[in-house]
Ligand binder design. Structure first.
Ligand code: 13P
Ligand code: SF4
Length: 308
């Protein structure tokens, strides 16, 4: 493995490439990644990079977002089978139907959505800025898609905003039940519960902190407590165990939550992708221009304040 890591790092330098990795990826990917983090951080890094090639160790919508932000650059997803079940829960026809049912209401899409869907939404958000984005619209009602759980959580964090949610969800987080977390808390009474907002409302009521993957990792970094129940995908728990050997991390019901798509990319896939500069992500120009507005609006609000 050490040899392969060295080969990738050399090739990356020679090709002026950058490797962005989501923190649900297999943990060894960090050895070759330039940036590791949550969806917002990776979009910000994709927007800023001056590399000629972006290799995305993540899922399809993430690489697609990087391409939309960098139409002139080569964006590569080392395994094209790495999709997102939640993003696939809403297509353009379903989005139009949803909007027709509730006309003239601003539409917020989670970044876990396709370029076609983003192109017909007003603004995008990630789990770490969803509250700020919805608030910035200054609207009494918003449509939120595809994640009903994130939308519901946003509503609980804001006063006087009705969040009308589409019926999508992340199967990995949605499967974590309130009963399971209650039992896990009984088993580890000193542990603090850190949960991702893609979990169901009843589950989140049992959490001490709700945040994005990076939010969860920063919480552990900044606290003195020694025991944590991590309610998100295994990649986060694996990184926490690696970085804080003196602390204890438990999974809900002692059963690690795994996103199979996120685990599809291997170091060998990254080497082959860099070597052959494939599989390349392309986005239709017209869709890309519209989706860019939706993503860029989010990046502007994230950096400043109100939506323009
Ligand atoms: P964040 O990266 O915003 O924490 O979201 C997690 C996720 O499910 C990405 O697919
Ligand atoms: Fe999609 Fe859920 Fe996997 Fe994230 S964890 S990529 S939301 S299926």
């Amino acid at each position: 493995m050490k040899e392969l890591i060295e080969k990738i790092n050399k090739l990356k330098k020679r090709k002026k490439a950058v490797i962005l990795a989501h923190c649900y990826q297999n943990v060894e990917i960090d050895e070759v990644a330039d940036f590791v983090g949550d969806s917002l951080y990776l979009s910000q890094m994709a927007e800023k990079t001056d590399a000629e090639i972006i290799v995305f160790a993540g899922v399809y919508f993430m690489a697609q977002t990087a391409k939309i932000l960098n139409p002139g650059k080569k964006v590569i997803l080392p395994n094209l089978k790495a999709g997102c079940d939640m993003a696939d829960m809403i297509n353009l026809a379903q989005l139009r139907e949803f909007k027709q049912k509730y006309p003239n209401i601003p539409t917020v899409c989670y970044i876990n959505s396709t370029a076609e869907v983003k192109a017909e939404c007003d603004i995008c958000c990630t789990s770490s800025n969803a509250v700020k984005i919805v608030k910035s619209l200054n609207a009494p009602k918003v449509l939120f898609l595809p994640d009903k759980n994130l939308g519901r959580w946003v509503e609980t964090q804001l006063q006087n905003v009705e969040v009308i949610t589409y019926n999508g969800y992340c199967p990995i987080h949605n499967d974590l039940s309130a009963e399971e977390i209650k039992e896990t808390k009984n088993k580890y009474p000193n542990a603090i519960v850190l949960a991702h907002p893609e979990c169901q409302e009843k589950f989140l009521e049992e959490a001490d902190f709700v945040g994005s993957t990076t939010g969860i990792m920063n919480y552990v970094k900044n606290r003195n407590e020694k025991e944590f129940i991590i309610a998100t995908e295994k990649g986060v728990t694996d990184r926490l165990k690696r970085d804080y050997p003196g602390k204890q991390f438990y999974s809900v019901y002692d059963k690690p939550a795994i996103c199979k798509s996120m685990k599809l990319i291997s170091l060998m896939d990254i080497y082959n992708a860099l070597n052959t500069e494939t599989p390349e992500i392309t986005v239709d120009e017209k869709i890309s221009k519209e989706a860019f507005k939706c993503i860029n609006r989010m990046l502007e609000v994230s950096a400043n304040g109100a939506a323009k």
